[in-house]
Every structure is written in C-alpha cells, then in structure tokens.
Design a protein around this ligand. Structure first.
Ligand code: SF4
Ligand code: SF4
Length: 386
C-alpha cells in the first residue's frame, strides 16, 4: 500500500457521508460532499474508501457522482469492498464486481477488500473461492491492491492469514485507543497478528464512530490540559497512526473543519509520545465509565431487522443520556420522534439477526432492553397511546 514518503496516510472513509435527511441513507447532500472531497484532494490526500453496502447500497453511486465524475482518474485512489454478506455463489462474485465497477464509474479499483471478514462468512468465502477471486482480479489488473477488512478475533485472523495471507496486501482493522485492549475488538492483538505475517495495516474507526471526538467532559479536560491546541480527533488519529505497521488511517469526515484538522494532523505527523499514551490511558478509563454501549453507529445491524428498529440511533441516545445529567425529557423526546418512524426498542422479537451482523459483537438484544427500560417509561411518552 503506497505511503506518503514514509508517513502514515489519511484516507477519506465514505461510510457516513453528509445527508439531507438522516432517516434516508441515500439522500446525499452532494453540495456538501463535493466540498469535502475537493478540500481533501486540495490538501494533498487522494485515498477514498467506500463499499457496496454503504448508505443502503448507494454509497458507491455517491462516490461516482461526487468524485469520479468530477476529477481525472489519476487524481484519486479508490477502494471498495466485496460484500461477503451478500454474494450467493462463485458466479455472483463476478457479477458483484462488475456491478461495482459500474456503480463507481471506473475501470479498476486501486484497492479491493473482502468486506467484514469474520466467522459468519469465512466458510462461505472458502467454499466459493472468494480469496482466489480477489487475487485473480489483481492479476488481471482490475485491482491494484487486495485487502481484507476484519472484525473478529485475533485467533481467526491468524487462521485466515496462515491459509490465505499470501494473496492479501493489507488488512484493515478497527484500531482506536478505547478498543486497543477491549475484549470485543482486541485491536492490539489483531494488529500483532497482521504484523506477524508482515501485512501493512489500514485503520478504520480511529474515532470509534465519533465517540472519541465527543468525549465526556472530564476526559476532554484531561486531553486539553496535556495539549491545549490539539483537537480531540487529532489525539485519536495520532494514536491509531502511531502503531507499528499502520500505513493509512481512514476518517469519515462530515465538515470542512474536520477535513482541515485531519489534514493538518497528517501533514506534520508526530508519533504519540510515552507521556501522551499515559494521558490517553486515563482518558480511556473515563470514556469507558461513560459509554455503556460501545456501538460505532455503522448500522450493519439494521439491514434485515424485521421490526425496523433504529438500533444505532437508540444506542447513541442511550450513551448520550448516560453522559449527561438531568436532561431526560429532551432525550425522551428524541426517542419518541425516532420511534414514530421506526420500531421501538421493546418491539424486538429477539431473532438475533442484528447480532450476527454486528462487527462489534454487541449483545444488541440485551442493550435494547436497557434502552426500552429507560426511554419507554410511561411518563416519557405523554402523547403516545399505549
Ligand atoms: S433481534 Fe430484535 S433488533 Fe435484532 S434483528 Fe431481530 S428484531 Fe431486530
Ligand atoms: S449495534 Fe453493532 S452493527 Fe449496529 S450500529 Fe452498533 S456497532 Fe454497528
């Protein structure tokens, strides 16, 4: 994977692009997206990362319109991902790839990844030759580099790399300072396994879906005291990019300010010092205390929920509520509004499909009970009929 003169690179993650209406994942705010993409390019960065499944299966189309159709092909690098959850058989791999080229409006991808590899899709990938398929695409020249995004245990990563590692140029891992030792994610151990096989690493979720930008007050105060000029995001980006073997960090940017802040962090990149690591350790303890549901908001769980439950929105609201004091009514009002358009948390029938899709391996059904217990109390819904 190409690096900018030995420094870690910044990539534009396109999983959460600006929308006109938050409830419609394909209502792209193209005016905003184009400003962000152009600013990113103008800051000297070139790598964009999307996927077949992003934005309700319309994410690649948005990248085509806002990037590919507006800039020469050699001005940017484009990465997308093979949807392991969705392909049916060997022939379908070829069909999906052809569709993706069309969605994106390109003749090749600079990087192509097996998307969200884990226990639930590994057997299927072996059976239908998904690993061979992506390496063949590279040999044909339709793909520059082959990668794999991974959200499972270090043991499984080891098994996969022992078997199929040779064909993979890089591994995309969830690395951030809260998940570094977190048992659901095990960032550090997964990174160590990737390095054991000599793989470059790209980082996703460096800010944990925004959690590390909107810190609890006490944690933010700690970081501010250590470096008054540094943004919260820059701490998270520098932590992720400072790890050995990390060549790129992806960031989903929604404002021009975020683009410029991230660009500044990577342009004059400084590795995290030992002293800063200690401060981050203290901040992590505070964040963990104040984040009961470690959800990143990726929304993988909502696709196929028979009750159309707004899982990530409810979890974000619950986390937010547990960080504040005394504003129950405003949180309950938000809950009420969301649940008028979606199933309520208590509507969960316990089918478990969401948990099979969750890259964070969360006990979503249990957490929904906590959400329902908090926000569905009788006095939280004065206007709702029982
Ligand atoms: S377990 Fe509940 S929330 Fe999850 S998919 Fe089934 S109904 Fe939806
Ligand atoms: S519950 Fe899991 S799958 Fe759903 S949004 Fe949160 S992290 Fe993503």
């Amino acid at each position: 994977m190409a690096q900018r003169k030995g420094k870690p690179d910044l990539g534009f993650g396109c999983m959460r692009l600006p929308l006109l209406r938050t409830s419609e994942p394909d209502s792209f705010d193209y005016e905003k997206i184009e400003v962000l993409f152009d600013a990113f390019l103008n800051q000297g960065f070139t790598y964009f990362d999307t996927a077949y499944t992003y934005h309700g299966y319309h994410g690649e189309e948005a990248v085509r319109k806002a990037l590919v159709e507006r800039h020469p092909r050699d001005r940017f690098q484009l990465a997308t991902k093979l949807p392991l959850r969705d392909f049916r058989d060997e022939a379908d791999l070829e069909r999906k790839f052809a569709e993706q080229l069309e969605h994106c409006g390109v003749s090749y991808f600079d990087s192509y990844l097996l998307h969200n590899m884990g226990t639930n899709v590994y057997e299927k990938c072996k059976k239908y030759g998904a690993f061979d398929f992506v390496t063949r695409k590279k040999a044909e020249g339709a793909v520059g580099q082959v990668g794999m995004s991974f959200h499972d245990t270090p043991e499984l990563l080891d098994e996969i790399l022992a078997q199929y590692g040779e064909g993979l140029d890089f591994i995309q891992l969830q690395i951030n300072y809260v998940d570094w030792e977190q048992p659901n994610v095990q960032s550090r151990q997964c990174l160590e396994v990737a390095r054991k096989y000599g793989k470059d690493v790209a980082v996703m979720e460096p800010c944990k879906g925004g959690t590390l930008v909107n810190l609890p007050d006490k944690a933010a105060a700690l970081l501010r005291a250590a470096d008054p000029a540094a943004s919260m995001a820059s701490w998270a980006m520098r932590f992720a990019a400072s790890q050995e073997g990390v060549v790129r960090v992806l960031s989903g940017m929604n404002t021009l300010e975020q683009v410029l802040d991230n660009a500044a962090t990577f342009r004059d990149f400084r590795h995290i010092t030992e002293g800063e690591r200690a401060v981050i350790g203290q901040a992590t303890a505070i964040i963990e205390e104040n984040t009961p549901i470690p959800c990143t908001g990726c929304a993988y769980c909502t696709h196929g929920c028979p009750m159309d439950i707004a899982i990530p929105q409810y979890f974000a609201l619950f986390n937010n509520f547990s960080r504040t004091t005394g504003s129950f009514s405003s949180h309950a009002a938000y809950y009420n509004n969301i649940s008028l358009r979606h199933g309520m948390a208590s509507a969960c029938i316990g089918c478990g499909q969401c948990e099979r899709a969750c890259p964070q391996h969360l006990n979503i059904r249990d957490f929904l009970k906590d959400v329902a217990g908090t926000f569905e109390a009788a006095d939280a819904f004065p206007k709702r009929k029982a």
